[in-house]
Design a protein around this ligand. Sequence first.
Ligand SMILES: NC(=O)c1ccc[n+]([C@@H]2O[C@H](COP(=O)([O-])OP(=O)(O)OC[C@H]3O[C@@H](n4cnc5c(N)ncnc54)[C@H](O)[C@@H]3O)[C@@H](O)[C@H]2O)c1
Length: 453
Amino acid sequence: MRIGMIGTGYVGLVTGSCFSEMGNDVWCVDVDAAKIDQLRQGKIPIYEPSLEAIVKRNVEQKRLHFSTELKEALDASLFVFIAVGTPPDSFGAADLRYVFDVARSIGEQMESYKIIVAKSTIPVGTTLQIKEIIQRALAKRGRDDLDFDVAFCPEFLKEGSAVEDFMKPDRIVIGTENNRTSEFLKELFAPFTMRENRLLSMSIPSAELTKYASNCMLATRISFMNELARFCEQVDADIDEIRHGMGSDSRIGSSFLYAGIGYGGSCFPKDVKALIHSGRQAGMPFSLLESVEAINQKQRRWFFEKIKVYYGGDIRGKVFALWGLSFKPNTDDVREAPALDLIPWLIEEGAYVRAYDPVAKDNAEKELIQVAACLEASHEERLIFCIDNYEALCDADALLVLTEWSLFRRPDFDKIKSCLKNPVIFDGRNQYSPTYMHERGFIYQAVGRRLDP
Ligand SMILES: NC(=O)c1ccc[n+]([C@@H]2O[C@H](COP(=O)([O-])OP(=O)(O)OC[C@H]3O[C@@H](n4cnc5c(N)ncnc54)[C@H](O)[C@@H]3O)[C@@H](O)[C@H]2O)c1
């Protein structure tokens, strides 16, 4: 089948590449000419395990094409996926301007029947707005004779395991207006559902809301555990023991029950905000989600205050080794990553940071340059990016663990102790056993943990 993928970011690149891996011809389009140039040279602009090999193979076999020209993809394809960003606007609503720009361009340039599939995460009603925009653009050029269908097909891939998630999905949701479209889409997705039929066909509004509902549910679990973890510290309970106790109930399950320093990334924060906004607009505020969001914002600050309290409220001149810049392991994505809040807070209060991340350093540096510009002139000495996690520890007063990269799970604790000025670890991801750390002579502060009696 022939597919156009408009927007070649995390979702578009993974989706387009995986479709081509299944034998489809795919045209990936992006307005970012530098990105398309890089991809044409076989260079992957993001870090995503096993993606590079798939891109290389399918480019070589001429099934995967990259272009800045929408028209090229439109002329070549039956399915046209929209996978551009929908970041939050200043009110927390999903900013739909990129989606609508693409819809307008499709209406201005299409010449034959197309199935337009929105893959970006968009509020209820947006797919039908896309349809209206295309209809208006067609009418403007006197081509309202051209037939097309719209559909919404949310993406559930997770950064860090995106290829695996796309190739072996838990479920594929398709929202359509008619049988013709759902039959076409069922055929397109058939190779991904061969072992077990995991395809759920529903109305477009239900599909649009399913995506938000899923992310908001997961965010709710995380905020619940984070608030519970803070309570644990008040009552001398241990959040990890509670996690096991709760998670073994099959009605609850064990996923997304980890306390930490709050959720981040490009999806949970913005999708929670967007659903809150949609609820308010509909005159039906989501009070639960408003709390989920507030708890998440508080969690990072709480962790920061915990560090400050340890130093008697004054961290001036202290040096912190910081492990983990990405919002989660196995990705270079730093959107809404805890490190991007923590680093400016630490520097603003006079501390020094020696940061290390296996892959996210460049992205973090780009983001922090803007923050650093607002800080005092000496910021450059205050933030150093290290090339090795142990190098980051040199002469530091304490280690902060902010991302649970597997590299940090079983580090050489003797080496940590010998590099740090003092054996102090603030662990925002609950990676180590408090009792073990205590026995090794560390002062170990985590999130809602206690020493074994
Ligand atoms: N990243 C994730 O893990 C994830 C998972 C599920 C769903 N989503 C959703 O998918 C959508 C895309 O997310 P992403 O993380 O891939 O975003 P991204 O920012 O990585 O990529 C978006 C791409 O679209 C391009 N673009 C913008 N306007 C364009 C236009 N007019 N024509 C062609 N390209 C254009 C941008 O240059 C960029 O490369 C969002 O709605 C997001 O919520 C993301």
